[in-house]
Structures are given as structure tokens and as C-alpha cells.
Design a protein around this ligand. Structure first.
Ligand SMILES: Cc1cc2nc3c(=O)[nH]c(=O)nc-3n(C[C@H](O)[C@H](O)[C@H](O)COP(=O)(O)O)c2cc1C
Length: 404
């Protein structure tokens, strides 16, 4: 890429609420605890994986630096990324012995939908950056493994094609825009395609400082113009399936003035249920429920929004307490193991979404990699349930964990 185009791309990526490409520290701080024990080999097939980090190693090896940076990045010095993982250390398991756990069910319900497990695929944008089959591979894996899939507003693949590959409705994640005609167009299109739920992401309204992404982009000397054009937001929108027909510009994604009445506007434009993604405090949980959210989604965007240094799992108890069963509570950010998922369920989450782990699987082996990641997380969760003496998701309760 020539220098001006490259500079423009970097500038866009650093400031964009649509794409989060930045670099995090020189080490992958997020996984530092696990990285200590990362074996020095690359698995050759999904079947060889011992945990999701085996896919991470292959993804890191396979992806071009800029794309890996987009995946790995946190913000600033990756304080929140690190906090997301550390939070799990503060919660420990309290196993009950001598319970008949010969039959364990992961089945549950969420917003009226029956789910085979509470493990959900978080919306991750631009999956074409990770594998040529992009969101189609993810959808086929979600179908094969029976998982709810949330599709990003900035997906590489049109929602209609993803729905067909998934074989059941996906939920549509929506980035707010102040160009209401564009918002309306996308909401109508998602609903027409079959989506019954819109997930409004509210944690990037003031931008985010993706340093790690920028550092990785700097080390990538490929010509990126074929895929990214000049790097301008207008080119990005022109190439993005969901924005076809929109005349939005960069200014239309400056959402610093967005407030809770935006939910009323969405409700006026669609009959899809509304989930608010990016809540981390009791105050916002209360406001979301008051504003009519059908579910509250605890998330710090996988450490890609503000550098709060506050892990998502640490936010969960106050949100659960405030919501008090009025609507379901979902969570993501930092979940890598069945044990992590179990801890959130025990602290009151109704569903746990995963982001990077399934993308590691996608980048490493396409659909087969995503499938294996999902299969492993389910098996790990079932094992923890057996260990603590919980036979169903409903059975999992606060008594199964302690907080240091
Ligand atoms: C590469 C990447 C792209 C993402 N794109 C989106 C997106 O388009 N919309 C959104 O709401 N969240 C997006 N997220 C955030 C995820 O939905 C989710 O909150 C986060 O990945 C969960 O943390 P985890 O990666 O530690 O599991 C993205 C995350 C990553 C890593």
C-alpha cells in the first residue's frame, strides 16, 4: 500500500467505531496467564486441540499481521483485556460431591428461543479478514453444533446468505448511526431476512484507542488497497454488504450525543426484540431495562472499548442484582474455558457469548476449527457441571461459586 493510503487506513482504523483495528502491548497481555504454558508447537488439525489456545497459536501464525492485530487488539495498554482474564481468578468453584451427574443437559431458553446450550457466538465484524469462507463458515459451524449466532453489522457476508447457511434466524447486531434512513434501511433488511432480535452496541459511541492494532498494521507491508480501497470510511461502507444503498459518511457514525431515547426510535422502526450490548454498571442496567430493553448484554467489547481495567465478570454481579430477573442477562469478554462460562452462569448470567476463541478456530481451520472450538467449550462446561454437581443450566446457582 502506498504511504498516503496506508496513513489514511491507519487513521480510519484508529478512529472508527465500525472497525477496531489497533495493536495492544507488545505481548498479548490478554492471554498472558495462559501464555506462560503455551506449548511451542502448532496443531495440524482441529482434532489435535487440547484447548482453545491451540487455535490461537495457529491463528497467530497464519494471519497477516494487520488482521491478527485487528483480532487481538485491546485499547491503550490493554488494561481491560487483561482484567477480563484476571477476573476469573477472583471467582472459585464450590463443588458438591456425591450428586448423580450421569446425565447433564446444557439446554436452556433465551428470549423465548430454545437453545441447545447457553454458549452463543458474539458478533465479530469483517470475518473475511480471517478466512475466505468468513461468516458462512461460522454459520455452518453454529448450525452443526447447535449454537445461536449473532451477526455483526459490519459482516463481510450479506445477512440473507448467513441466515441460509445457519438454517435458523441469527440475531442482528446493530451499530447506531445518526443517519436515520440508513438505520431504518438496515433494521428493515435484517427483519425481512428473518432476524427476530436486534443487538444494539452502545460501547463505542466515543471511539476507542486501539494501539495494538496500529502496531501490527505498521509491521504489515502488503498492498491492502484491493480489500480496503483507499482506507476511507466511504470506501469501507461502499464495500460492506449491510451498508449497500446507504449514503452515510464518517460523520454519521459520530454518536457521542446518543442517549437512551435511541431505543424508542429503534422500537418505532422494527418489531424485533432489542438487546443492549455493552453494559457494565448497575446504573446503565437500570436505564436499559427502564428504556425497554428485552435483554441486557454485559460486555466491554472484549477489552476493545474503554481502558477501564475492569473485567466483564466483575461487572456482572451488580448488573444481575439490578436487573433482578426482569429481563435476561447475557455476557461476553474474556471467556476461554468451560470453567469461565460456568462462573458467569453461577453469578446469574443467562447466556455467555464468545468472540475471539471461535475466530481463532475460523482463522486456523475454517468451519472445522469453529466447530471444534464450540464442541470443546460445551464438553468443558458439561465437565465442570459434573464436577460441581449441577445437572442442568437451571441447576447452576450462586452457591456453586465463591468470590475472593
Ligand atoms: C475482531 C473483532 C471484531 C468485533 N466486531 C464486533 C462487531 O462488529 N460488533 C460488536 O458489537 N462487537 C464486536 N466485537 C466484540 C465482540 O462482540 C465481543 O464483545 C468480544 O469479542 C468478546 O470478547 P472476547 O473476544 O474476549 O470473547 C468484535 C470483537 C473482535 C475481537
Amino acid at each position: 500500500m502506498d504511504n498516503p493510503a496506508r496513513r489514511q487506513l491507519l487513521k480510519f482504523l484508529a478512529a472508527s467505531p465500525l472497525l477496531y483495528c489497533t495493536a495492544a502491548g507488545r505481548l498479548l497481555a490478554e492471554e498472558s496467564l495462559d501464555a506462560i504454558e503455551l506449548p511451542d508447537y502448532l496443531i495440524g488439525s482441529p482434532a489435535d486441540a487440547l484447548d482453545v489456545f491451540d487455535f490461537h497459536a495457529v491463528a497467530k501464525h497464519t494471519l497477516p499481521p494487520a488482521h491478527y492485530g485487528y483480532l487481538a487488539t485491546g485499547t491503550d495498554g490493554n488494561e481491560t483485556l487483561t482484567a477480563n482474564r484476571r477476573a476469573f481468578e477472583q471467582v472459585y468453584l464450590r463443588p458438591s460431591r456425591m450428586v448423580d451427574t450421569s446425565r447433564i443437559s446444557l439446554e436452556t431458553t433465551l428470549l423465548g428461543e430454545s437453545l441447545q446450550s447457553p454458549i452463543v457466538l458474539a458478533p465479530v465484524g469483517s470475518q473475511g479478514a480471517f478466512h475466505p469462507d468468513a461468516e458462512l463458515a461460522t454459520a455452518r459451524a453454529a448450525r452443526a453444533q447447535g449454537h445461536l449466532q449473532l451477526l455483526s453489522n459490519v459482516a463481510t457476508t450479506p445477512i440473507e446468505d448467513v441466515m441460509a447457511a445457519r438454517g435458523e434466524p441469527v440475531w442482528f447486531q446493530f451499530y447506531p448511526t445518526n443517519q436515520w434512513s440508513t438505520a431504518q434501511m438496515m433494521l428493515e433488511r435484517a427483519e425481512r431476512a428473518g432476524a427476530r432480535v436486534v443487538v444494539l452496541t452502545v460501547d463505542l459511541n466515543s471511539g476507542s484507542n486501539r494501539v495494538l492494532l496500529g502496531q501490527h498494521v505498521r509491521t504489515d507491508d502488503r498492498d491492502c488497497t484491493t480489500c480496503h480501497g483507499t482506507g476511507s470510511v466511504e470506501d469501507f461502507l461502499r464495500m460492506n454488504p449491510m451498508y449497500q444503498g446507504s449514503r452515510a459518511t464518517y460523520a454519521n457514525f459520530a454518536m457521542a450525543d446518543m442517549t437512551w431515547d435511541y431505543l424508542d426510535r429503534i422500537r418505532g422502526a422494527t418489531s424485533m426484540k432489542i438487546v443492549v450490548k455493552g453494559i457494565v454498571t448497575r446504573e446503565d442496567a437500570a436505564s436499559a431495562v427502564e428504556a425497554g430493553a428485552d435483554a441486557v448484554y454485559v460486555s466491554n467489547h472484549g477489552g476493545r472499548a474503554e481502558a477501564s481495567g475492569w473485567g466483564a465478570l466483575e461487572s456482572l454481579p451488580e448488573v444481575v442484582e439490578t436487573v433482578n430477573g426482569r429481563v435476561p442477562v447475557m455476557i461476553d469478554s474474556g471467556f476461554r474455558r468451560g470453567t469461565d462460562i460456568f462462573k458467569a452462569l453461577a453469578l446469574g448470567a443467562d447466556a455467555v457469548c464468545i468472540g475471539r476463541p471461535y475466530i481463532w478456530g475460523l482463522a486456523a481451520f475454517g468451519q472445522a476449527g469453529v466447530e471444534k472450538v464450540l464442541e470443546m467449550l460445551k464438553a468443558e462446561l458439561a465437565m465442570v457441571m459434573g464436577q460441581v454437581g449441577a445437572v442442568s443450566i437451571e441447576d447452576i446457582s450462586r452457591r456453586h461459586v465463591g468470590v475472593r
